[in-house]
Design a protein. Structure first.
Length: 90
């Protein structure tokens, strides 16, 4: 998380990074809440390993998410030490 002027506000990912993640994931939500994959059209980008737990802004740590799923989870919910297998898109 990046702080500005003493605030705890996160900075926004660069637009080209957001677009790359959404395109890579075909604009489909990648979150699994209650063991079911959502697959609703995604409009947000989520950290797989949260920044609060040391996650980075690397493309391999980002995934597409719909607003409902992304807003329904907390920072600890998605932290999973299992590697995420993704197809190479670049």
């Amino acid at each position: 998380m990046y702080e500005a002027s003493g605030s705890r506000r996160k900075r926004r990912l660069p637009e080209h990074v957001r677009k790359a993640v959404l395109q890579r994931d075909n604009y489909r939500c990648q979150l699994r809440l209650d063991d079911d994959k959502c697959e609703v059209r995604a409009n947000q980008v989520d950290h797989i390993v949260p920044e609060a737990r040391g996650g980075s802004d690397a493309l391999t740590n980002l995934q597409a998410a719909c607003a409902f799923c992304n807003n329904s989870k907390n920072a600890g919910q998605r932290f999973d030490p299992q590697p995420v297998i993704r197809r190479q898109w670049w």
